[in-house]
Design a protein around this ligand. Sequence first.
Ligand code: SF4
Length: 497
Amino acid sequence: MSDSIPATETTSDGKIRCDACPVMCYIKPGASGACDRYANDNGELIRVDPHVVLDRALAHGAAVVPFHRDGSWDGKLIASPETFVTAIGAGTTYPDYKPAPFIVSSEVNGVDMVTVVTEGIFSYCGVKVKIDTDRFLGPEQATVRAAGEAVGHVTTSEYGSQMLSLGGVHHLTGGSKKEGRITCEALLDLCNGKPVELTIDGGSTVVVQAGQAPIVNGVKEERMRVGCGSATIGMFAKQWLGLVDDVVVVDDHITGVLSEHQAGKVLGIPDTGIKIKGRRSTPGRYFQVAEPGTGWGGTNISDPLSILGPFDRKVAWPGLRLYFISTTGEHAAYFELDDELIPREKDMPADLAMLSQRVKDNCEPALSTVLFMAGAGGSLRAGVTENPVRLTNSVKDALTYVTCGGAPVYVYPGGGITIMVDVTKMPENAFGYVPTPALVAPIEFTLRLSDYQELGGHMAEVRPVSSITLDDGRRPVAPHADNPWPLAPNSVKRYFG
Ligand code: SF4
């Protein structure tokens, strides 16, 4: 636990009132509030979770000050600029007029900087989930459910991946109480890196966990596709040359046919009289050869011959060698035409089998990616400055560097401070919730002290980083190796130059 916070109200039976969110819990002595984030510790309101600071010394393998038996740290002073105070466990600004809980100044390469940290309470938030699979998850716009409640929808397919948009203010606040609660739970688990089972209306069940392989209908997805059917033809046409007479790469979106494709033409591959059922787009590229599904190449087929019409008798020949493969290399089959020009399955020649494996080897591991997205609104910005719009402008002008738990964020162009962050780049369990329902997420704003003063910052609340100790339950953790150091000179140059 970190610093105690003055309780606004105490009842005769020792309960104290927490005003850190609109729920305004009365908390009994020794108990915690509805969100488990605040507790009554002998009449003092305390933030239960440790307050996380990023310590670069840990990343460099420097000696760590050991925990005392009581779990607290040895009063070590925070060293600037090796330590970055995150908002995880810092507390919040609610009910809106309060300055951010920590406004910390430090000197970086001779420049006076300030970092304003707060745990934002986000009613306007959600996650964008990218699932690396070609398997059919559900139709676009279909409802995505957790524990039977609508929590989001299927959005566009991207190259080798399918996207879900989950959460958002409509599911959190616009439906039933249960819908809001389940949505909040699902978002919280996803953001904190836990697995969540989602079912899609008219589609599949998928278990999503940030940074892990998705599990579609109980089967762990191993690989994402190497490309669409047409791209796969282009990538491997030369290697197939001479081993087969024609190749069909089965794909739910664009099925490729070597002999008709431009790559086949350039290589001088003759016509084979093959006929594909489906809508021909450009030569050698077919749409809608089957329905979407969990079979070959994200279609519903288990027999590749089902997408073929009869061969043109004037062009095809007995013994014609025909090879089918899916875009992940998971499915492959080899056929030869008999005297009646009917494809008959044969054992796959060894060199062709080796090329099937090559397609597989070129597929990247399938992962689920969870990006937290939120809009930093009124109360949060008021905790930074008395003139909230100036913070927005400062972020837009790149004078203020925004992080979530020290992780870099993408700031959307246009109005507001709408951010997106990869949850795997943030420290563990960085997210919390309040039962309004809303997600609690850390957000930090780092800028020059002079800029902070100019935008109407709460200058009276600025305290030097050296005044913060690692007792009071602060927990130093190593920064994520992939993240730029929020106070590094190159960050400063990039964002404050
Ligand atoms: S739910 Fe809100 S009021 Fe209750 S303890 Fe948590 S932050 Fe405080």
